[in-house]
Design a protein around this ligand. Sequence first.
Ligand code: ES4
Ligand code: ZN
Length: 325
Amino acid sequence: MARTLAALPKAELHIHVEGTLEPDLAFEIAQRNGISLPYRSPDELRDAYDFVDLQSFLDVYFVAGGALRTPRDFHDLAWAYLERAHRDAVAHVELFFDPQAHLARGIALDEIVGGLSAALAEARETWDMSGSLIACFLRDRPAADAMAVLEEIIELDSPDIVGVGLDSTEVGYPPALFRDVFARAFEAGLHRVSHAGEEAPHTYIVEALDALRIERVDHGVRAIDSPELIERLARDGVALTMCPLSNKRLHVTPDLRDHPIRALVDQGVKVTINSDDPSYFGGYIADNYAAVREVLGLTDDEAAQFARTSIDVSFAPPVRKAQLH
Ligand code: ES4
Ligand code: ZN
């Protein structure tokens, strides 16, 4: 029996928790914290979603994220996302968060992680949804700051934090700047991922593989420009966590018919479909699956293959993966 895309059990592996902050919740949280956002209403915030590139999005994303202060805020944010993801049959999630964005406002790491972890625990109890956290470093800030945060993460020793990532402004901040940070993360037994090849060329992907020893590439759109890299990704089974609606909104691939997802899959690359910052990009994970199905003319079997791949390339323990297959 054909199952709808929203009912396929799937993992979401490229999702920034701050990017799930819907305007109404941003205002509710700002109000209870006595913070005034530089927009008069949720609608006015929504009107600012007129992005021309990654930076114009990040500017709004960090301002709205400024409403978040307390463990309860982080809990409520993650919980709203998890409830929404459950409706799209997300059975496993690896939530990105940006500790530096919040530490800079005087919030402690254990307050951020405490709130997020409480929401993950509730999702586990309520729907048997598994989940973990990936702490992302802001690549446009000094590597020494990232290293200091990494030491705090290692010290905190949260069972929920399974890995580290690299995000924010890409062009001009090549992966190798973070070589030592990722070496330390490797040594501490943390998984490693990085945004690469979203706005910067395919060479950033190669550099992230070589210098950071990443296990998955977030976005990786520009891999399509290098046959050699495509072959390497396919051979080594390094997955790409792609986000078609994000790429459309940020003008990475303005016309989804030009998205490289199909060409990469056809050449043997493991590709997953994710929502990135769904509050900002006009769709949660099933909407991203639907967009891909529509432009690429996917069959139900092909759509189901994306969902299976997402579970396969997740960092869930093998016993959990076996349950989900
Ligand atoms: C992001 Cl789409 C994207 N790219 C890079 N960094 C990010 N942080 C949140 N969303
Ligand atoms: Zn992202």
